[in-house]
Design a protein. Structure first.
Length: 656
């Protein structure tokens, strides 16, 4: 038993008796944390109350660095240890990383008892149920396409006689996506400010959206939004809804402030009176409205579900001066749940903790040089560094400066592992075999071979229905008469994903890679990582689902850097010893074209709350030589802060 018996402490004794005095003490504690955590010795009073009293509909407002993951994990443990069936637990997260972390902790604590728990992202859960009940909504053996594949389908519909410019295809795809997750019609969304530039193409875009949906059905493919759409459709069926309401009596949702309209509706359909529903989130960190996230979901939860509210406000991440500034950054927000973070550290000498600082520079070049100097010093001191910015282009001069000095860094925002061309080329072999109607995959596979163009491949791909028909079609296009034989042998081998990919790479794609990519040596390790990842899955279907829904391979094949340059959106959930927020000027943060000043303020809140020991904010007085010249003013998010929250500094000299 986790919370009873002689070998492990009772739950009532899990609160640490003596608070630690400094962030450094917590650093040392973290290195020894796993064994202590598995015994539950890390719960504070706030966390313990939620774990013990979390029955019914519960809203947990969790500030940054407050231990919400730990609270969720031990709430699940408490439910199971008191005798409830592990299969009654549904734990929904927003990232695969969070899902893996929680599942790993639960396995270590509960052992075999954790095996019945359903834990994963909304899209993983949706895929699970939609596949299980696909026949009930006219689907079978579908494959999942990513954004690039969706764009390729849309390009095919647009064709030669473009009804709209191809430059706005990304906007049209976003419009189609938002129509599903916001549960609004395309025509209604076209009238919103975000899509005002498309207003003259309304009828054409509505037609495109309809053709896009039809083509997906013909190709037997779903995009990510379809998974949520069809799950919602399935749960509207009363008998099916009752089935899962009776199973999932304990529903927990992480990062609830990031849910969109359809995700909130799915949660609402799964929950029934008498069950337990715990949602955890922070309205002050709601920064993804461009993806469809709706802050009203968390703001309205208490009234909608008559929910009890708990707060996690003890911050274990940041120093006291940083926490004080974080609290002040959100005070002027007009849309929020009131709360105040408090430091978890008992600091004997507060003067030892540096205040956040704000430094202005003549231009972006000077800003980049100074930040590079600071980064070099932080690196030498062994500190991790995060450089955060509102838009990716703001890091360009800093990247040049770091490269000039030979300082390695990681830039967040590049092409994901599984979206890279050479990786998608390889996977097209499996997708075409698994679902011959997936014409996007078939065309991609065919055009890899010599003298087969996209038009010829497209002409034959739309009518294919089996792997054998794919081989015959390729044979008709394959003038050399070699490659259709290879694909036929791979298809007929009925091997697993790893075996099929290995044969394809060895006998064809390795040579193709060398002949078509100047940087083939840099790409080859990616393919080898793909082959290694495929060995973890028994079937092609399992591998393709993981490939489409999980970015684990992306993490497995990347070197971790102590210096990270990142947009604020991509930095959420991360932390560093020292954080530099650059480009902190009006028009840059808040962004001039933003329609929501409150969300821009929340971005600043998220950025500042990533810092553990040091927070430095900078702004250039002019936009610099690479962009339209003009003078800038400090961000209003800085100027609206009261005196004493930060130290204003002048431009340091070179080398300082």
């Amino acid at each position: 038993m986790l919370f009873h018996g002689s070998s492990k402490p009772r739950l009532s004794k899990l609160i640490s008796a003596q608070p630690l005095k400094t962030p450094e003490a917590y650093d040392k504690r973290d290195k020894k944390m796993e064994k202590a955590e598995l015994k539950g010795q890390d719960l504070n009073e706030e966390q313990l109350e939620i774990v013990q009293k979390g029955d019914g509909a519960i809203l947990v407002v969790a500030g940054p660095g407050s231990g919400k993951t730990r609270t969720l994990v031990f709430r699940v443990c408490h439910v199971i240890e008191r005798g409830e069936n592990p299969q009654s637990v549904l734990l929904l997260t927003f990232t695969n990383k969070a899902a893996r972390e929680m599942k790993s902790r639960l396995e270590k604590i509960l052992g075999e008892k954790s095996h019945g728990i359903t834990a994963g992202t909304f899209h993983h859960f949706a895929n699970l149920l939609v596949r299980r009940h696909a026949h009930e909504i006219g689907l079978q053996n579908f494959t999942i396409i990513d954004e690039q594949d969706a764009k390729a389908l849309l390009k095919r519909i647009v064709g030669v006689d473009e009804p709209v410019k191809k430059g706005v295809l990304d906007d049209i795809l976003r419009l189609i996506s938002l129509s599903k997750i916001k549960m609004q019609g395309v025509e209604e969304l076209l009238s919103s400010p975000d899509f005002f530039h498309l207003r003259n193409h309304g009828e054409e875009i509505i037609s495109l959206a309809s053709q896009y949906e039809n083509l997906k059905r013909q190709s037997n493919v779903l995009d990510f939004d379809d998974l949520l759409f069809y799950l919602h459709k399935l749960l509207k069926n009363q008998s099916l809804r009752s089935l899962y309401q009776n199973r999932y009596k304990n529903i927990l949702v992480d990062e609830f402030q990031d849910t969109d309209k359809i995700q909130e509706a799915i949660v609402g359909l799964l929950y029934t009176t008498g069950s337990n529903l715990m949602v955890v989130g922070d309205d002050s960190q709601s920064i993804y409205s461009f993806r469809g996230a709706d802050i009203q979901n968390i703001l309205d939860f208490r009234d909608k579900y008559k929910a009890k509210t708990f707060f996690l406000v003890k911050n274990y991440r940041s120093s006291t001066p940083i926490i004080e500034m974080i609290n002040k950054t959100i005070e002027k927000s007009t849309v929020k749940i009131d709360k105040k973070l408090v430091p978890a550290f008992s600091v004997p000498n507060p003067a030892e903790h540096s205040h956040p600082s704000f430094v202005d520079f003549p231009d972006r070049s000077e800003e980049a040089r100074a930040v590079a100097n600071w980064i070099s010093d932080e690196r030498d001191d062994g500190n991790t560094v995060g450089v955060l910015f509102r838009a990716a282009y703001l890091a360009s001069e800093l990247e040049v400066e770091l490269a000039r000095r030979g300082i390695e860094y990681e830039l967040r925002g590049g092409v994901k592992f599984f979206e890279q061309r050479h990786v998608k080329d390889m996977v097209s072999l499996l997708r075409s075999y698994h679902n011959p109607k997936d014409s996007t995959a078939v065309v991609r596979l065919f055009t890899l071979f010599p003298k087969i163009g996209e038009k010829r491949a497209t002409d034959v791909a739309h009518s294919l229905k089996s792997p054998e028909e794919i081989v015959r079609a390729l044979s008709s296009l394959d003038k050399l008469g070699v490659w259709s034989g290879l694909i036929g042998e791979i298809y007929s081998s009925q091997s697993n994903a790893a075996g099929m990919l290995d044969r394809f790479y060895t006998d064809f794609y390795k040579t193709y890679l060398k002949e078509n990519f100047d940087d083939f040596e840099e790409r080859m390790p990616d393919v080898e990582a793909l082959l290694g990842a495929a060995t973890r899955y028994q079937s092609v279907t399992e591998f393709l689902d993981a490939f489409s829904l999980d970015n684990a391979m992306d993490h497995d094949n990347k070197k971790q850097h102590s210096i990270v340059l990142s947009t604020i959106h991509q930095a959420k959930g991360l932390e560093w010893d020292s954080v530099f927020i650059i480009g902190l000027a009006d028009g840059l943060l808040p962004l001039a074209r933003s329609f929501d000043i409150d969300e821009e303020r929340r971005l600043f809140y998220v950025a500042a709350s990533r810092a553990r020991k040091k927070l430095v904010m900078t702004y250039p007085q002019s936009t610099g030589r690479f962009y339209t010249s003009g003078y800038l003013e400090p961000s209003r998010f800085i100027t609206e802060l009261p005196e004493g929250c930060y130290k204003r500094s002048t431009t340091p000299k070179e080398g300082e």
